[in-house]
Ligand binder design. Structure first.
Ligand code: PLP
Length: 371
């Protein structure tokens, strides 16, 4: 059931709500948006059926879906999502970062979960349609790190308990103003090595952005929290030897001799757009990028010996987050010494944000204007 990735076919018909949020209320939300708790006035919805393909694209008032209790997603988790941001530049225009990469990943995730592909042009047009209508919710360009977080997602809405790919699917986009993902700025996080739990296994869905991966990472996260850690780092599920990633972020290691290393894509790691962008930016920052399998022992040894200078996690929501201590059952290690600075993490973070907010020239052609 593959849909050809043809050109744009969907039009998004706009129905505005008449009780839009007043400007002073929006201003109050944008003052301190937090993450993922307030949503804009509208949402995108489109439907796919096996007979009719994609149709009925709408921008309509934000509100609950009417979902049959037998909707397949509630039973068999046939669901995928994306995460991106809309940034307001100093001249008031609104842009997004590498949406073609998110559209391509959404299509790959769809294939893995036996969902229909949404053509790239429709994906990008859906973002444009929603952000145009809700543009007052995009924080001002002088707002530092604030943005409008965009969450496209797709799920099996057919009411049927038989196990097969759904013949009715819903696509939607919601939007939520976002401040810094981790409150308290660039505070290093403490990570827990999860050995009892894996988030993904060979042949599974680890490379797809689907809710099920997040559900399976929660027990490991909880175990980490019980040991005073902020996040869990997952290892490969077959040998428990190699570093994969966090529940929702990729990992990078910076060595004292100027290499920047990230786990290679083995099929169980999510290919982050931030990860790919950092690999491309590395050379501009005089760093040598390396993608390979990284034994967890290399982290422990490198942190102890000083070979590892910095560790950081990355993803759209939090951009770049330095990692401090690493803990496991019966031990811990910390690469930070007296006077430690996350120089590389901060330089990459500043570079990415400068491009995203239009403060630096977009030499890679990474930005797409939405409004
Ligand atoms: C979304 C996600 C990331 C980060 O991807 P970006 O495209 O950089 O936001 C990393 N790991 C997992 C498991 C994810 O779901």
């Amino acid at each position: 059931m593959t849909q050809s990735a043809a050109s744009s076919t969907l039009a998004f018909e706009v129905t505005r709500r008449d009780d839009v949020t007043p400007a002073d209320r929006i201003a109050a939300v944008l003052e301190n948006p937090g993450f993922g708790k307030t949503f804009t006035d509208h949402m995108v919805v489109a439907t796919w059926t096996a007979d009719g393909g994609w149709h009925d694209g709408q921008v309509r008032p934000y509100g609950p879906f009417q979902l049959d209790p037998a909707a397949a997603v509630l039973h068999y988790a046939q669901e995928i999502f994306e995460g991106m941001k809309a940034y307001r530049h100093a001249d008031g225009s609104i842009w997004t970062f590498r949406p073609e990469a998110n559209a391509a990943r959404f299509a790959r995730s769809a294939r893995r979960l036996a969902l229909p592909e949404l053509p790239e042009a429709d994906f990008i047009e859906s973002l444009r349609a929603l952000v145009s209508v809700d543009q007052d919710w995009v924080p001002a360009g002088d707002a530092g790190e604030k943005s409008l977080y965009l969450r496209p997602f797709m799920f099996a809405s057919e009411a049927f308990l038989g196990v097969r790919p759904a013949q009715q699917v819903t696509y939607s986009v919601i939007a939520s103003p976002a401040g810094a993902y981790f409150s308290g700025g660039l505070k290093p996080v403490t990570l827990w090595i999860s050995t009892d739990y894996a988030r993904a296994g060979a042949g599974g869905t680890g490379a797809a952005k689907c809710g099920g991966n997040y559900a399976s990472s929660l027990a490991g996260q909880l175990e980490g929290a019980e040991h005073g850690c902020d996040q869990a780092v997952f290892l490969d599920s077959s040998t428990h030897t190699y570093i994969e990633e966090l529940g929702g972020m990729n990992l990078f290691f910076v060595t004292k001799d100027g290499r920047i290393i990230t786990p290679e894509l083995t099929g169980t790691i999510l290919e982050g757009v931030t990860r790919s962008s950092i690999l491309e930016l590395a050379k501009e920052l005089d760093l040598t990028p390396e993608e390979r399998r990284i034994p967890i022992q290399e982290w422990k040894d490198g942190a102890a010996s000083g070979e590892i200078a910095e560790v950081f996690a990355c993803g759209t929501a939090a951009v770049i987050t330095p990692v401090g201590e690493l803990r496991w059952e019966g031990g811990s290690v910390d690469h930070r010494r007296e006077g430690h600075q996350d120089r590389v993490a901060e330089a990459i973070r500043a570079r990415l944000l400068d491009i995203q907010y239009g403060r630096a020239e977009d030499t890679h052609g990474w930005l797409t204007r939405l409004v």
